[in-house]
Structures are given as structure tokens and as C-alpha cells.
Design a protein around this ligand. Structure first.
Ligand code: FNR
Length: 189
């Protein structure tokens, strides 16, 4: 059985190292996981006035989240948190009240930076948000990717064998987690 996984990339930069990491995940994912990007860059800034009449961009975003089985977040760290563009997307998906698109969708978080703690604080903030929107999260292995020059090329090829093996294993662990979470959700008491 295969699962569709929506991938959020928390950077809009044209030379984003997190986009490179996401491209690597697309290449390394097991055949049971079909990764598709869910773009977040065209969403306007959310405000709750939209709830009464959700605009097409917001609807399209919620439809895209509804269409996938699971979620992967690949994010930079901005000032020890997640970039506003990613938080904005999550706010869109969580509303209007009562239509939270993330509920019960299993998720995994990763991210890369050149800093020594490699997005660790941003990932903890993101986990807190995902808990609130009721998305079961892969707790382990954590995936703090310390980016070094040339580690992943523009096409998503990982040039460091140890990193490639780590990412492949992380995706396999996420696959196992998705199977367990979605299998458990099918149980009716
Ligand atoms: C950063 N950067 C950064 N890095 C980090 O490790 N921790 C941090 O808190 C921050 N804060 C921060 C704030 C802002 C506004 C910017 C623009 C950058 C550096 C960041 O990791 C670096 O720019 C990465 O290249 C961002 O990822 P993308 O956009 O290349 O994927």
C-alpha cells in the first residue's frame, strides 16, 4: 500500500538549502511514500475576516492538505523559530474553526541550516504547533541536518554517504509510523 505525503518547504528563497533537502527526500523516499510539494508561497497573510468567505487560495491549500495521507515539514530556522510564511500556511489550514485540515494527519519535521544546532529550536516550535493542530508527530529519529557546502546539490543528490543513509532511514521510519498511525485510526471501537 502506498501513501501520499504532502511536503511543506518553509523557505521561499530561490537558492534555498531547505529546498535542496526536500529534493533529496523526494529522491530517497521508499516506493510506498509518494511525496508531493504543497506550495505555501502564494497564500495571502491570514486574518480571520477570511473565515466567512474563504478565498480560492485558502480553499486550494486546504484541498491540497486534505488530498494527502501524511505531512513532511522541511523548514529553516528564523530567529530561533519557524519562518512566518510557514506559520501563515499552518494558520490557513487550521481554519475556519472546526475545519482543521491537519487533524490526525501523521507528520514529520526536519530542516537544515549552517548553524551548529541545525534548526533544532525551530523544529521544537513547529512540534508545539503541530501538537495543537492535532497532528501525530514522528518523535524519533529527530532530523537536524547540519548543512555543509556541497552536501546536497541543486538536483537533490546527497554527496555525503552518511547523510544520505540517515535521510533514507528517517524516511523509512516515517513510513512505519504512517502505517501504524493510519492503521490505528481505521480501528472502530
Ligand atoms: C536566519 N538564519 C538562521 N539560522 C539558524 O540556524 N538559526 C536562526 O535562528 C536563524 N535566523 C535567521 C533569521 C533570518 C530572518 C534569516 C534570513 C536567516 C540563517 C538561515 O539558516 C539561512 O539563511 C538558511 O540558508 C535559510 O534556509 P534556506 O532559506 O536557505 O532554506
Amino acid at each position: 500500500m502506498s501513501y501520499t505525503v504532502g511536503v511543506f518547504i518553509g523557505s521561499l528563497a530561490s537558492d534555498s538549502i531547505n529546498r535542496k533537502l526536500a529534493k533529496a527526500l523526494f529522491k530517497l523516499s521508499p516506493p510506498e511514500l509518494k511525496l508531493v510539494e504543497i506550495p505555501i508561497g502564494a497564500l495571502p497573510l491570514y486574518n480571520r475576516d477570511f473565515d466567512a468567505d474563504f478565498p480560492p487560495a485558502g480553499r486550494a491549500f486546504k484541498d491540497a492538505v486534505a488530498a494527502v495521507d501524511a505531512l513532511i515539514f522541511v523548514t529553516p530556522e528564523y530567529n530561533r523559530s519557524i519562518p512566518g510564511v510557514l506559520k501563515n500556511a499552518i494558520d490557513w489550514g487550521s481554519r475556519p474553526y472546526g475545519t482543521n485540515s491537519f487533524a490526525k494527519k501523521p507528520s514529520a519535521v526536519t530542516g537544515t541550516s549552517r548553524g551548529q544546532i541545525s534548526t533544532a529550536v525551530a523544529q521544537q516550535h513547529l512540534r508545539s504547533i503541530l501538537s495543537f493542530v492535532n497532528s501525530p508527530e514522528l518523535a524519533q529519529p529527530e532530523a537536524y541536518i547540519h548543512f555543509t557546502e556541497g552536501m546536497i546539490d541543486d538536483d537533490g543528490n546527497v554527496t555525503v554517504a552518511r547523510t544520505e543513509e540517515f535521510l533514507r532511514n528517517w524516511l523509512q521510519e516515517f513510513h512505519i509510523f504512517v502505517v501504524k498511525v493510519l492503521g490505528a485510526q481505521r480501528i472502530t471501537l
